[in-house]
Write a protein that binds this ligand. Structure first.
Ligand SMILES: CC(C)(COP(=O)(O)OP(=O)(O)OC[C@H]1O[C@@H](n2cnc3c(N)ncnc32)[C@H](O)[C@@H]1OP(=O)(O)O)[C@@H](O)C(=O)NCCC(=O)NCCS
Length: 197
């Protein structure tokens, strides 16, 4: 039975194995997978303020998804960028979608208002996943990334996740570590009850 939970540093090795499956493709704009130590640092650094999730079943880690701050100016405190990677053999079972929904539910508790994703050209699965989640393309950075001998376009996708009115002072950003644990548990219980396999 699959479930979604917060990542811990000990997940680093499994997450690197999933990243390796995509590292030669333009889906990720990294050139190399991180070392275990670097991945542990990334998990801990992100998890301090934002949700870093792992999807697993009884046998293996199926994938991971996290939110983070792309740009760190104070006026942009209510935004987060999302990323998700699902094991090649486990794609198409709804895990990516559910993990992204959990990220968004948690980010709402943190008073985040806008979420973004950068999707490199030629990634129809990701484009389609984001459309299903209600993202719209708000621009294309043309020939902005160079990988495998090619210049690549990257689409910036956005979704507003807050109902707050623009004319009011926004509620302050709450780091995930300070979010009500009971509310977080409710989110995990609900999604994990909805996962069928
Ligand atoms: C993109 C990714 C996260 C989607 O996760 P997933 O678990 O395979 O997707 P899901 O099964 O949850 O499907 C959700 C939606 O994604 C889209 N999708 C999934 N498989 C697809 C395919 N083969 N072709 C087109 N769209 C597809 C569909 O919109 C699907 O909704 P639907 O089932 O109602 O049609 C996953 O394929 C992946 O890890 N890709 C590599 C990394 C990446 O591109 N990450 C996203 C950028 S941050």
């Amino acid at each position: 039975m699959a479930r979604i939970r917060f990542a811990i540093a000990q997940d680093a090795g499994a997450l690197i194995e999933i990243m390796k499956q995509y590292i030669e493709t333009p889906i990720t704009l990294e050139y190399e997978v991180p070392s275990i130590a670097e991945m542990e640092v990334q998990i801990l650094a992100v998890s301090h303020a934002y949700p870093f999730l792992v999807i697993e079943n009884d046998d293996e880690v199926i994938g991971f998804a996290f939110a983070h701050r792309d740009l760190d100016q104070p006026a942009l405190s209510w935004n987060a960028e999302l990323r998700a990677y699902i094991n090649l053999n486990q794609r198409g079972h709804g895990y990516g979608f559910k993990a992204m929904e959990v990220l968004i539910d948690i980010l709402r508790l943190q008073n985040v208002q806008n979420v973004y994703s950068n999707v490199t050209e030629g990634n129809p699965r990701s484009e389609s996943l984001h459309r299903k989640l209600g993202f719209v393309c708000c621009g294309t950075m043309h020939k902005t990334g160079f990988k495998n001998g090619r210049w690549l376009d990257v689409n910036l996708l956005e979704r507003r996740i807050s109902d707050e009115k623009f004319e009011t002072e926004p509620l302050p950003f709450i780091p995930v570590k300070k979010v009500d644990k009971k509310k977080l548990q409710e989110i995990f219980d609900k999604v994990n009850a909805s996962i069928k396999d």
